[in-house]
Write a protein that binds this ligand. Sequence first.
Ligand code: DC
Length: 230
Amino acid sequence: MTGFQGQITLDGPSGTGKSSVARAVAARLGAAYLDTGAMYRAATVAVLDAGVDLDDAEGIARAVTAATIEVGTTAGAELVQVDGVDVAERIRGVEVTRSVSPVSAVPAVRRRLVDQQRALVAAADAVVVEGRDIGTVVLPDATVKIYLTAAPEVRAQRRAGQLGLSRPEKIAALAADLRRRDEYDSNRADSPLRPAADAVVVDSTDLDRDQVVDRVVEIALSAVGAGERS
Ligand code: DC
């Protein structure tokens, strides 16, 4: 045991390596892990399957309210279900990725998922929660708040590496897509992407994943007075 109890919020734009950092931090601290992006992605599956137009906010709200969305909180054992069907793979596909921003901008969708997020967090003694608005809206009283960022070009390079792409025009297209999503998420009226006033901003532009994990674990342990562990 590392002695960490409480909530660590990990917010920031896409492509910062947030998910893999969040999972590794949870594993190091023996904490639960909640991927709130997976919940918005699962909600998007419900909307797509209901055949609702992405301009129809009311239809989106109805489709999401009618669906049963379930996510697990164990790092390394991803459980994501919509109406009892496993959608863990489907939520990572292009169709969902392309449609998730308008779904997550609908206030009724956010209210519904935020309630569910708070209930899941309340059930854990120690938890790492990853998203965009966790430190600002979902858990304003969290023990530790981290905002993870990195230069867009570096984020696009990392994403390209994961996808096995190396052509400069492909990387430029990825960078443009990341900028478009950041812009949308940062400018939406409800719960825009931004660091909480009391968040520690960690810039991973010049750090590798392990260095970021070390830094977050160190911040978390010093926040609860548990000191550094070797
Ligand atoms: O982290 P991700 O790429 O899986 O998130 C998918 C989308 O969901 C992203 O476009 C922003 C949105 N999202 C959100 O609005 N609020 C959160 N707490 C998490 C994700």
